[in-house]
Write a protein that binds this ligand. Structure first.
Ligand SMILES: C[C@H](O)[C@H](O)[C@H]1CNC2=NC(N)=NC(=O)C2=N1
Length: 96
């Protein structure tokens, strides 16, 4: 069962991500990061790899791509806020 992250979990789970370029949004419980690549091929290749994990984990990003830039917003729609799944996908995206 997915649930919104508790205040304690936010510190431990989100802390490292916020130190690594993720930002909390002001208008809803979500986090965003802009990923920059050498060119479109690199950006789209990364999106393709990330999409495989999103599908495997049934947890999907809100994202957009413009040439070498991918802007990713993560939140869990089912609970209307951040859950452990968002942190899991964010860590994967940072590592790809
Ligand atoms: C039916 C399906 O499992 C759900 O709609 C999944 C799909 N992907 C999802 N992705 C995200 N980011 N949040 C969700 O709540 C979510 N729910």
């Amino acid at each position: 069962m997915t649930e919104r992250l508790s205040d304690t979990a936010r510190k431990t789970v989100l802390g490292p991500l916020l130190d690594n370029g993720w930002e909390l949004l002001g208008d809803r419980d979500a986090m965003r990061k802009t990923f920059k690549f050498k060119d479109f091929t690199e950006a789209f290749g990364w999106m393709t790899r990330a999409a495989m994990f999103a599908e495997k984990w049934d947890h999907h990003p809100e994202w957009s791509n413009t040439y070498n830039t991918v802007v990713v917003t993560l939140t869990t729609h089912d609970v209307d806020g951040l859950s452990a799944l968002d942190a899991k996908l964010a860590r994967k995206m940072d590592g790809l």
